[in-house]
Design a protein around this ligand. Sequence first.
Ligand code: UFG
Length: 319
Amino acid sequence: MKLLVTGGAGYIGSVCAARLVAAGHEVVVVDDLSTGHADAVPDGCRLVRADLADVADPLLAEGFDGVLHFAAKSLVGESMLDPAKYWHGNVITSLRLLDAMHRNGTPRLVFSSSAAVYGEPSRVPIPESAPTLPTNTYGATKLAIDHAMTSYATAHGLAAVSLRYFNVAGAFGRFGERHTTETHLIPLVLRVALGRRSHVEVFGTDWPTEDGTCIRDYIHVTDLADAHLLAIDHAEPGQHRIFNLGNGTGFSVHQVIDACRRITGHPIPTRLSPRRPGDPATLVAASDRARTHLTWKPDHPHLDPIVHDAWTFMQANTS
Ligand code: UFG
């Protein structure tokens, strides 16, 4: 298929673009390089460096079989301080994309939604039927786009799939996490092991969990990318299908830091800090729907290999 990958110079978009090329698809990447890197675009992909909102219509007029939409603003903390950046950057841009797809007859859309749409869950693991009550602007914008996709699927026959990611980590060869502003736990812990930071802060030790730190469900970026390839194949005209993507096992912040100590051999000093506002205590996915309907089966269900791949990537990309 000929596929447009928005945000294909970013972490998850570049891994997915690489897997799509390897599977024989023709891939065009559109990215404004505001957070992505031109050298992260896989060989064999054409890179269009532009704002998606400006070029979606002329690009799709070329004729595409589908779009994988990764381009987004994705820092939860920033979304609370600068909501306009998120409502415009995520929602308005995605509406432009949906309109351009409709005008040009692009049939399929796979969208990077988020566990953040659920907010503080009333029960875990979280199924797709759980209430969507986002606790931050980032999650609210992802949910708004999900709703728009449902409308466009119903009204215009779009074959739409939203993939709700839990905590993505790991790397795929030369494609990995290279955020200028890093806020995620695993890369921050590994920066301590590399000697680039003195310690890692543990945000809250009084959460209602066994060791008092937050629990998250970590998924390897290649397993996540593979779900996108399956989603493109399983998208049905006129339907908006939603899938949670996680391994179904939760790890506390302390457990993640211990895994990083095991993998790196570094003692990784910690400093106990207050809770980070907006953090839910526990987020673990029920991904049975993806396993059943997409025939998705993660190859990396355990934490240590995920950390290992992130560590290998980080050691090779220390700049
Ligand atoms: N944490 C620390 N210290 C740090 C960084 C993080 O203790 O220096 C903790 C956080 O408080 C949280 C856990 O580690 O409990 C994981 O934090 P991340 O920032 O790595 O990930 P989040 O769970 O906050 O966010 C992820 C995605 C978001 C998405 C969200 C869905 O990065 O895009 O899951 O809940 F919205």
